[in-house]
Design a protein around this ligand. Structure first.
Ligand code: ZN
Length: 106
């Protein structure tokens, strides 16, 4: 389960959080739970980083997920998920232990 921002005017879900709805520019936004189910659109593997702390976590798979609820997000990939496959995005620690989103194959 993840939490997404939803527009109370047009019901558009969005991630990351913004001050205005990206669809209708309303500022009437709230957070709501989302199952995190969707499909992997694209993936890439990061082999280099300019941040020294990330060197220990490389290579690192990242992907773009099209959630069933309508939002798109970029997150870490837990396994060798290929584009087109169904995934579930979950909140949890990234390789450095910070809270982030990771897509898992379902
Ligand atoms: Zn809206």
């Amino acid at each position: 389960m993840i939490r997404l921002q939803v527009c109370l005017e047009c019901q558009q879900r969005q991630y990351p959080l913004r001050d205005l709805c990206r669809a209708c520019l309303s500022d009437k936004l709230a957070l709501m739970d989302d199952a995190g189910d969707g499909r992997l659109l694209a993936r890439t593997v990061l082999h280099r980083s300019s941040e020294a702390e990330w060197q220990q976590a490389l290579p690192l798979a990242l992907g773009t997920v099209d959630l069933t609820s309508g939002a798109h997000l970029i997150c870490f990939l837990a396994a060798d998920v290929q584009p087109g496959e169904p995934v579930r995005v979950k909140a949890g620690p990234d390789p450095l232990g910070r809270q982030s989103l990771t897509a898992h194959r379902i």
